[in-house]
Structures are given as structure tokens and as C-alpha cells.
Design a protein around this ligand. Sequence first.
Ligand code: KE4
Length: 440
Amino acid sequence: MLHLEKSHAAFIEAKKLMPGGVNSPVRSYKSVDCDPPFIDHAKGSKIYDIDGNEYIDYVGSWGPMVVGHAHPKVVEALEKAVQKGTSYGAPTLLESELAKMVMSVYPSIEKIRMVNSGTEATMSAIRAARGYTGREKFVKFIGCYHGHADSLLVKAGSGAATFGVPDSPGVTKGTTKDTVTVPYNDTAAITKVMEEQGDEIAAIIVEPVAGNMGLVLPKQGYLRTLRELTEKHGTVLIFDEVMCGFRASLGGAQAAYGIKPDMTCLGKIIGGGLPVAAYGGKKEIMDMIAPIGPVYQAGTLSGNPLAMTAGIATLSILTAEPEAGQPDYSRMLTLKTKKLLLGMQEAAHNAGIKIQIHQAGSMFGIFFNENEVYDYDTSAASDQEAFKVYFKAMLEQNIYLAPSQFETLFVSGAHTEEDIERTIAACRNAFKKTAEFLQK
Ligand code: KE4
């Protein structure tokens, strides 16, 4: 039995100070009806709460911690950097260094702008695309999340393609009237929208590997279709790789699927756990951005030297030449993830539970669903109650997972063989408990 007394007390206090006691909703554990552990520190693949419980961490701060927590090289680089100050609000060599590292892995990015969050990156990429095309409408897909900018907080109306209606109070109809929402992985639906409205569409923004409806992979040929439709209609294709960048493969989904977008949004990993995101792409689009062009975008802490330092150190580890005969870092992550998922699949099978397990490089997700999951509706049809039983049973066994079936999990370079074996063993127990729940 987990002892979480200090976390419970801390949560009561935090809820007096911050909405829901958190600074980002998913951390509240609201969707799994229990209190979240308050974290004290983390190291490698482990995370430790204020009651002293140790967990194997597959959330990895929602993606950034690909080399593990408090990696010695990242910590050492930050300890040196902080001696030189924390922010200057002026150009530094560090920004150019990180830009070159990112662009060497993402050749589709001819110019890049650093920002502080994925929300800023996607918001700015859409603005750039609108400025570049002179058009106002853009397409997003149901179940894809691109941060909380007003025009992106849109609930799909009924039907395959509809004008967005606000998904949240405070978001006005005026800011969402130009957002066209379409089901993900539905080639006919997006083709219809583009045939009817393509010449008015500034951009299609897509998670090329979707991680915010659980992990959902693009169907065969789907991304190619988006590429062809956008080329045909002069629409900017924006790959939101904030989550799948450096995860689906080192070069993200665009490398894994061989599709070159016009713009890419990155985040999470490129900051190594500090606030960094970026948007970039074709030079003629990015040169629309101030101060060269008329499209305004700015940020006090954009390109912050400490954040750049953590990103540079992290990418240095990710892109280092492997030892002779060894797989490179990303390949090692993929193999480790595959081993974990094979064990989970067997555990579920032996417990008589039908689940869908999806993997994209070092990203993975499961659905309590006996049918294929390929879009938001099929994801939402999964058994949320079964998920809650599984989630709590895993937490009780010190396995730290995302508290929502609409999230994705991550393996890091710090996860050991022992971690993988312990997690598979925990799955055996958790799936048994879930099966008992389902049989009631
Ligand atoms: P941020 O503004 O949270 O840095 O990034 C927004 C964003 C943009 N694009 C994609 C594909 C994303 O996954 C995200 C943010 N991901 C969530 C996890 N589902 C962050 C976790 C949270 O909201 O606390």
C-alpha cells in the first residue's frame, strides 16, 4: 500500500493556491479519481515523491526526459551555464548551436525560431502560414492537441468537416470560426474539405504521429495524402512534432514516414526539460516572421541560455555516434520499448484482457479496447473504467504512468532491463485485477 500522506496534505494546500492544485490540468489525476503524488526529485528512470516512494517513470515529464532525469551531462552543463547568468534577452551563440543541431536532424527546417512552449510554436506556425498565404482558414484534426491557443481549442462539430465551435468558455466564436476540424486518419473527409475549400485553407496542422488521443498512428498513405492535397491547393503542411519529434525516430515522424512538411513544430526534448519549443520550415515562410517580415512573434525568454544549454546537452547525447557494433541511441530506445510491449501484450493475453498496444519508436500507449483504434472516436470508445483500475494497480506497484488513456507514455535511455522486467511483472498483477473488475 502506497503511503501518500504528505502528498495528500500538500494537495489540499495546493488546491487553495492554484486551480485544481496544479499548473497543468492533467497532473491533477482528476480523470482517475485519486490524488497525485507530489514529486520531490528524480534520477534516471526513477521519480521520487515527498513521502519517499520510488517509481519507475514512463511519463518523463510528458516527453522531454528522453535521456532520463538529471542526466550527469545535462546537470554538469547547467551547473556551468548558471554561473554565467540566467537570461540576457540578447543573441547568444547557444541559440545558433541548438538551431544547427535541430536543423541537422530535420533538413526540412531551413530556418527556425525558438519559443518557450509547444503552444507558442504551433500558434506562431499557423500565424506564419496565414501571413504567407494570405488565407485565414486552417484545418486541424479531431483528437489532435496542439496546445491551448484559442483557435486550436476547438470541439469538432457533428459530421466529417465542420467549422470549429469553441471547446472552452473564454474562447470566442470569432477566434474559432476559421478552424476547420476533420476526423484523423479519414482520407475521404480531408479530401472532401480540400476539394471544397482548399484554396481558402492557409494550413493543415497535424500530429503526424498522434499522441493526445492516446498513441494513434497514421494509416498507410495518410500523411502522403495530406502532402499531396496541400501541394495541390497551395496550403502549408505543418507537422506538429512537439511530442513525436526525436521520439517516433530521431528525425521524428517526417523521417519515419518519409514525408517532408512545409513547417515543423518541436518542443519537449529540444529543451531537455527546460522550457524550449521551436517552429521552423521553408525559408520563404519563415522570412515572413519579424523582424525580417511583417508577421509578428516575440518572447522575453525565447532562446534562454539555460534552456538552450539543457537542449544542447540532451541532443548531444541523442545524436552521439554509437560504439562500434552498437545500435544508435534512438534504435536502442525503440528496441527497449518493443521488449516492454511484448511483455505487456503477453501479460494481457494471459489475463484474458483484449488491449490495443501502439508503439512509435520510444512512445507507446495502450487502449482497453478489443477493436482497432485509429482516431478520436475509436479511442474514446475504449474502456475508461478498466483503464482506471489498471492505472491504480500499476501506481500501487510503483509504476508511474500517465493518469489518462488519452496520453502517451515514453521510454528513456535510463530505463534498465530490470525496470522493464519489473514493469512487465506489475502488468501481470494489474491486468489480473482489471480482468476481475471486468468480470463483475
Ligand atoms: P506545451 O504548450 O504544453 O509545451 O505544448 C503543447 C503541445 C503541442 N503539441 C503537441 C503534440 C503536444 O503534445 C503538446 C503538449 N502535450 C501535453 C501532453 N499531452 C503536455 C502535458 C500537459 O498539458 O501538461
